[in-house]
Design a protein around this ligand. Structure first.
Ligand code: AMP
Ligand code: GLY
Length: 422
């Protein structure tokens, strides 16, 4: 079987790393991939949002299964398009992708099916938003309705900041939508919970803790994620049961009821406080960098799970995990998430020793004239299993220290909340 993975980040490198062990795969492509995926599969440099072009390639190369990494092609309807052409694409339909593509859609689903989440109101008008902002206590959380590459959420501590933020969204700061929601600020600790579902059944596919802020001690602006570890230490059996019965199951049932059956990976971003989980957001795909730690720990062949979804039999699967904890530390270009340089050279990568327990996933890299160049904000992910989380972290940090890249920044404290607990 020939398989193609869509995307070019660390998440997709990790997915390819997992899939390359599959005995069922004859040829593995990554579209477009990066300098890391190039070492384990064939990169194909085409614009995957040009669905016709993508289809021509898939057809000519007998690709019959496509695994979609990022949310943008899913929200744009890649799964519907390929399914009509008889190519199996793993991921949700365009309609079901609204769960991530529209905060208003996701919040309404929560309201209609009684799923615990922050209280909210939806707005498309300044005067109404102004009254709401003036009448409610801060902090308030203001979220652009549509996709915003992790930049659509503002936690505002003053009326002035909230009004400014509302005005910017209404003036078209985000191309995807001029609507927004304002919701209550939730206290607690965040965790990521993943399931794989065929729409009728589901099984859990791991837990993780992301680190969204750029600075050590979780300070500074939000990023796409500066590091993660798995499993999450705050999701115990009792909390997991609540996540399943109060959040996941009503979501899948609710989506079926409104004609939006969801298949693929569903990622619940949760806030946990006093043993009670509340939904912050849904993503319709693996998290990045959470996927990197999940793929290192996943012993079951990912393709077998994908095929079980295809056959509507995911509940018959039993996932086997490496019991060791895993951590990934993201190396970013200095200045990220604001302005940063690109096309800086990264040296010494070839000297990094990698194996099934230690991987250096590439996120934003390209290969040019035999040199590895950084070409994104988040660039490398040192991902290590360890006997303990602390050992895993030390290995990951040491891996990054061995790389010669003048422009590198990474957080040395990934996992700090877990270490504080021990
Ligand atoms: P989202 O894109 O909705 O996941 O939001 C990005 C980040 O903003 C989350 O990971 C949280 O750290 C924070 N956040 C979002 N909504 C809330 C909320 N209602 N209360 C507290 N923090 C939030
Ligand atoms: N790490 C957060 C995300 O993938 O959305």
């Amino acid at each position: 079987m020939n398989v193609a993975v869509i995307g070019s980040g660390g998440r997709e490198h990790a997915i390819c790393f997992q899939l390359q062990r599959s005995k069922e795969i004859k040829k593995l492509f990554c579209i477009p991939g990066n300098a890391g995926t190039k070492t384990i599969c064939e990169n194909i440099d085409i614009d995957y949002l040009n669905f016709d072009l993508l289809y021509s390639f898939l057809q000519e190369n007998n690709v019959n299964t496509v695994i979609v990494g990022p949310e943008i092609p899913l929200v744009a309807g890649i799964v519907d398009f390929l399914s009509e052409k008889n190519i199996y694409a793993f991921g949700p339909s365009k309609k079901a992708s609204q769960l991530e593509g529209s905060k208003a859609f996701m919040k309404k689903l929560c309201k209609d099916f009684n799923i615990p989440t922050a209280k909210y109101e939806e707005f498309d008008n300044f005067e109404k938003a102004k009254s709401f902002i003036e009448e409610n206590q801060h902090p308030l959380v203001i979220k652009s309705d549509g996709l915003a590459a992790g930049k659509g959420v503002t936690i505002s501590s003053s009326i002035e900041e909230s009004l400014k933020c509302a005005k910017e969204i209404l003036d078209g700061k985000f191309k995807s939508s001029k609507k927004f929601i304002i919701e209550e600020f939730l206290e607690g600790e965040e965790a990521s919970y993943f399931i794989i579902t065929d729409g009728d059944h589901y099984i859990p596919i791991g837990t993780a803790q992301d680190h969204k802020r750029i600075g050590e001690g979780d300070t500074g602006p939000n990023t796409g994620g500066m590091g993660a570890y798995s499993p999450s230490l705050i999701i115990d059996e009792n909390i997991e049961k609540k996540i399943q019965t109060k959040i996941i199951e009503p979501t899948l049932k609710g989506l079926n009821k409104i004609g939006c059956k969801f298949t693929g990976i569903l990622y619940a971003g949760l806030m946990i406080s006093n043993g009670e989980p509340k939904l912050i957001e849904y993503n319709i795909r693996f998290g990045d960098p959470e996927c990197q730690v999940l793929m290192m720990r996943l012993k079951t062949d990912l393709l077998t799970l994908v095929n079980a979804v295809k056959k509507n039999k995911i509940h018959e699967m039993n996932i086997i995990w490496n019991e060791k904890p895993c951590i990934t530390v993201v190396a970013a270009a200095k200045g990220y998430p604001d302005k940063y340089n690109t096309l800086t050279e990264i040296k010494n990568i070839e000297k990094i020793k990698t194996n099934d327990h230690e991987q250096l996933f590439h996120a934003g890299t390209i290969l040019k004239d035999n040199k590895i160049l950084a070409n994104g904000g988040r660039v490398l992910n040192a991902t290590c299993l360890g006997k303990t989380l602390e050992e895993a972290k030390n290995k990951a940090n040491a891996m990054l220290d061995a790389i010669d890249w003048q422009d590198m920044y990474y957080r040395k404290d990934i996992g700090w909340r877990a270490f504080k607990k021990n």
